[in-house]
Design a protein around this ligand. Structure first.
Ligand code: NAP
Length: 262
């Protein structure tokens, strides 16, 4: 960060939040704290739920053209009536620190990218830092969303994994998961993956963040039954979540270099 400052580059992240979804507010607060910790300037735009599509797009246009803004993030989901796809498409690909814009999605597909989506990038970082090799391994990704499952599968493929993508129409989930050396669960169903489904010694990564009626946060993996069979496993909370935020900081610094923000 000091080197960037010497070059007159100041990384800054503009976070837009529309409405007052409690989970979104917590995510935005955590992103702001991470920016403060890393020395990244954070700009928060909290808009009321009644904000129109035109107003939201006008703000994005203003931030796209502001040379002091490195990265732009619009916290999803948006309130009903706002078009998420149009918002994703409106953010300049060079400031798209979430890597959701179709230009960035395409770049990931061909393996020549500026930004990686934060959650799958965080998972890959965890795998690498743990000394786990993906090459030649059977990988099962459960979930095929545009923001987690699909890019996750692509990143594992880039690292030469043999990837199976599972979803709600998969005929026999247990049969697919039980063959995998690396399991990544990104489903949104509490404790769907249980110990009897995984191979002995598998690496189990839990992306899920599910709020139970009692307020407790739980993942998509039943930790207690999987931890005794897995060779490595991530907890919820405290696993993939913090890595996602760390990757957002990394993308913001990249965006600052790309846009040379002052
Ligand atoms: P999403 O858009 O709802 O996608 C869920 C995926 O899971 C879909 O592809 C769906 O299949 C599949 N699925 C649903 N039920 C299934 C079942 N019973 N068996 C197999 N597959 C099933 O969710 P997302 O945005 O990818 O998020 C997934 C989870 O990750 C959520 O808990 C979310 O909160 C969490 N998350 C965490 C972070 C983090 O930083 N840790 C970041 C993002 C998301 P279909 O396509 O067939 O419907």
């Amino acid at each position: 960060m000091e080197n960037l400052k010497k070059d007159g580059i100041i990384p800054s992240l503009a976070v837009i939040i529309v409405g007052d979804d409690p989970a979104s507010k917590i995510y935005v607060k955590n992103k702001k704290l991470a920016c403060e910790y890393c020395g990244i300037k954070s700009l928060e735009y909290a808009l009321p739920a009644e904000t129109s599509q035109e107003e939201l797009l006008a703000l994005i246009d203003k931030l796209n053209n502001d040379n002091s803004v490195s990265g732009i993030l619009c916290q999803l989901p948006l309130p009903k009536g706002l078009d998420e796809e149009a918002v994703i498409n409106a953010i300049s690909p060079k400031k798209d620190v979430d890597a959701f814009h179709p230009v960035n999605v395409g770049k990931i597909m061909v393996g020549n990218f500026d930004f990686l989506p934060c959650t799958p990038a965080g998972v890959m970082e965890l795998i690498a830092l743990s000394g786990i090799e993906v090459k030649g391994k059977k990988c099962a990704v459960i979930g095929r969303s545009n923001i987690v499952g699909k890019p996750m599968s692509m990143l594992l493929l880039h690292q030469h994994g043999t990837v199976t993508i599972c979803h709600s129409k998969t005929a026999d989930l247990k049969a697919e998961v039980s063959q995998a050396d690396i399991v990544v669960a990104a489903v949104g169903v509490p404790e769907l993956i249980t110990g009897d489904m995984i191979k002995e010694g598998a690496v189990v990564i839990d992306v899920g963040m599910n709020r139970l009626p009692d307020g407790k946060l739980t993942g998509d993996v039943e930790y207690e039954s999987c931890v005794v069979r897995a060779s490595a496993i991530t907890p919820v909370p405290g696993g993939v979540g913090p890595m996602t935020i760390a990757m957002l900081m990394k993308n913001t610094v990249k965006a600052a270099l790309l846009n040379k923000t002052k």
